[in-house]
Design a protein around this ligand. Structure first.
Ligand SMILES: NC(=O)c1ccc[n+]([C@@H]2O[C@H](COP(=O)([O-])OP(=O)(O)OC[C@H]3O[C@@H](n4cnc5c(N)ncnc54)[C@H](O)[C@@H]3O)[C@@H](O)[C@H]2O)c1
Length: 347
């Protein structure tokens, strides 16, 4: 008998996780125990919990009620974004793996997992939609698509924009990618297809794994100096918070743009606001904000050189509901081969 604990939340229900678990290829009966983590919150309120856990990790929020006692004898633990704290991992005596149906693993105490040699396996459920959206933002901001639409809705037929001196075809820009992980690579693939010159900075990227993609790796300062469009695809960690600051922004050309579909905290808000207000760079397109939803009087709303969207880059109808089933596919692969490309630790 394999005992599987699933923890549902407001985005991925414990029922869906349980249904998915029954597709696991194991030669033993499966017993599923369902737990909840703020499953009754509205999506907007739940976003607050996501922020808390992304900023503070597994110890920053309370864990699911009653879970500790059950974990001691559990074989598998499957969650979406519910915290898997140090105490939870230390309690577990039989845990063979932890599966999470999202890309980020801020909610899991990886150090404790490493100490107990418990593999953590994840899925990237919305990399393709985010990569598509990133290209959309590049075009929207450099070619004034959203701004023109906005003016027409206001009854104005506008032909001139703040970035007029810099307008050119996408293929005439050098795009710089900050981070070449799952999403960065998919953006690169798309840009290669469009014949765009791409440079990138990623201190951990494995050149061998770039699969003939066409990109020149450069140092961080050079990335900001040379890019016409700088697109951010790193994760927000203690080491990357406010990485994009005054120093780097001031290296950028006057006709250059910042695109951010990653996390707002990677950019120093005040510094970006300053260069945009001054017109020291041509513009920015931001899918993510420092406070979400954006406040009514947010300074970014008064700028005529930004395109703002409401953290929707990854939102396609199937991404979240499909994620537990994607995870099961990956876990079945892991169970068969005893390894997986989607291992977060213990590679
Ligand atoms: N807007 C949305 O709806 C949405 C949806 C999904 C993911 N995201 C965000 O997109 C971003 C990328 O996600 P992913 O799945 O590709 O992540 P990933 O972990 O696969 O890739 C991140 C990459 O950043 C690199 N990196 C680490 N430190 C760096 C540094 N100092 N400078 C440059 N690169 C560095 C890593 O080596 C890695 O290759 C994340 O911030 C994620 O939260 C946003």
């Amino acid at each position: 008998m394999k005992k599987v604990i699933v923890i549902g939340d407001a985005l991925v229900s414990s029922e869906t996780l349980e249904r998915a678990v029954h597709q696991l290829n194991v030669n033993e009966p499966i017993e599923v125990k369902r737990f909840e983590w703020y499953s009754n919150l509205e999506k907007e309120q739940f976003q607050e919990k996501i922020f808390q856990i992304e900023a503070g990790g597994s110890e920053a929020v309370k864990i699911s009620e009653g879970i500790i006692g059950e974990l001691e004898t559990a074989n598998y633990l499957l969650v979406h974004i519910a915290p898997v704290s140090k105490k939870m991992i230390e309690t577990a005596q039989k845990l063979e793996f932890i599966g999470t149906c999202r890309g980020g693993t801020e909610h899991i105490h990886l150090e404790a997992c490493n100490r107990k040699e418990i593999p953590v396996i994840h899925v990237i459920r919305n990399a393709e939609p985010v990569a598509d959206f990133t290209l959309g933002l590049m075009l929207a901001e450099t070619r004034n698509i959203a701004r023109s639409h906005y003016y027409i809705k206001q009854g104005q037929w506008v032909k001139g924009f703040a970035n007029d001196p810099y307008k050119k075809a996408l293929s005439q820009h050098t795009v710089g990618l900050l981070g070449l992980g799952y999403i960065g690579k998919l953006v690169l693939k798309r840009l290669n297809g469009l014949g765009v010159n791409v440079i990138a900075y990623d201190p951990y990227v494995d050149i061998e794994k770039l699969d003939n993609l066409n990109v020149k790796l450069v140092e961080l300062n050079e990335l900001f100096r040379q890019s016409d469009i700088l697109s951010i695809h790193a994760r927000l960690t203690n080491g990357t918070a406010n990485l994009v600051n005054k120093h780097l922004l001031r290296l950028m050309k006057p006709g250059s743009y910042i695109i951010n579909t990653a996390r707002a905290g990677l950019i120093d808000r005040k510094d970006l606001l300053e260069v945009l207000k001054e017109g020291a760079i041509a513009g920015a397109a931001l899918d993510v904000s420092w406070t979400e939803p954006l406040e009514d009087n947010d300074d970014f709303l008064s700028l005529d050189n930004v395109t703002l969207t409401s953290h929707i880059a990854g939102d396609t109808v199937d991404a979240i509901p499909r994620s537990p089933y994607l995870l099961i596919d990956v876990l079945n692969d892991y169970l068969k081969n005893n390894t997986s490309d989607m291992l977060v630790n213990m590679k």
